[in-house]
Design a protein around this ligand. Structure first.
Ligand SMILES: O=C[C@H](O)COP(=O)(O)O
Length: 254
């Protein structure tokens, strides 16, 4: 049985002051609840310490939205895994479609980032997902296969415990349009088959595959009930303590 992971990606929202207030609200919302799911928030880099301070002593975890592949050096504007380890981060998202699209990150770079995260004892959430035209042309599995295999070619099976995939169809991100539960299950099952091909059935069964793309309290139950949907990577609905907490309640009831 895989532990569900409910992860919030705040993207470029909430500076330290706002982040602290929002994180305090989440701690208050989960206080006294005996959550069995893993709960994670990935704020902007600059707000990670504020969120970590707020979460200390609670069961909520903090992560990052991106990372560089080197430890340190002349890389203006970048942040390394050792810096993230110093702030109490446990997870790092890599390969989000917004990084692929706006920052031109390709599969090779994303694979390098994933490897670096795992090497430095952090957990990685690798994002994959097709664009609308790929879905319409029926090419969605080929796109996702290429994205997943690019990373698996560089990561060993013994990292399975620290390896998470997020399937985020690009056409569902921030659009209000969600994959149907059937579409999500079909793709998650396909991704698990790719993991099994690379690492064997036993390891593939351990790996959490999150769904992301307009997940909210109104649709969380039908998505999270799918056999191969092991949590959510939530953007907009993670920017309010109440809606994020409502999704956690739904996860806990499944
Ligand atoms: O990382 C999160 C995803 O991009 C989903 O964002 P969204 O829930 O606002 O659609």
């Amino acid at each position: 049985m895989r532990t569900l992971l409910i992860a919030g990606n705040w993207k470029m929202n909430a500076g330290p002051t706002e982040a602290k207030e929002l994180a305090d609200g989440m701690v208050a919302a989960r206080q006294g609840k005996d959550d069995s799911s893993d709960i994670l928030i990935c704020p902007p880099f600059i707000s990670i310490p504020a969120v970590a301070e707020s979460f200390s002593g609670s069961h909520l975890k903090v992560g990052a939205q991106n990372v560089h592949t080197e430890d340190n050096g002349a890389f203006t504007g970048e942040t390394s895994t050792s810096m993230l380890n110093d702030t109490g981060c446990e997870y790092v998202i890599v390969g989000h479609s917004e990084r692929r699209e706006y920052f031109h990150e390709d599969d090779a770079l994303i694979a390098q980032k994933a490897k670096k995260v795992l090497t430095d004892d952090l957990k990685v959430i690798v994002c994959v997902g097709e664009k609308l035209e790929d879905r319409k042309s029926g090419n969605h599995e080929n796109i996702v296969r290429t994205q997943v295999k690019a990373v698996l070619d560089h990561v060993d099976a013994n990292n399975a415990d620290n390896f998470v995939i997020a399937y985020e169809p690009v056409w569902a991100i921030g659009t209000g349009e969600t994959a149907t539960p059937e579409q999500a299950q079909e793709m998650h099952q396909f991704i698990r088959s790719l993991l099994a091909d690379a690492w064997g059935e036993d390891e593939a069964e351990k790996i959490r595959i999150l769904y992301g793309g307009s997940m909210k309290p109104a649709n969380a139950e039908e998505l999270l009930s799918q056999t191969d949907v092991d949590g959510g990577l939530i953007g907009g609905a993670s920017l309010k303590a109440e809606s994020f907490s409502d999704i956690i309640d739904i996860a806990e009831s499944i």
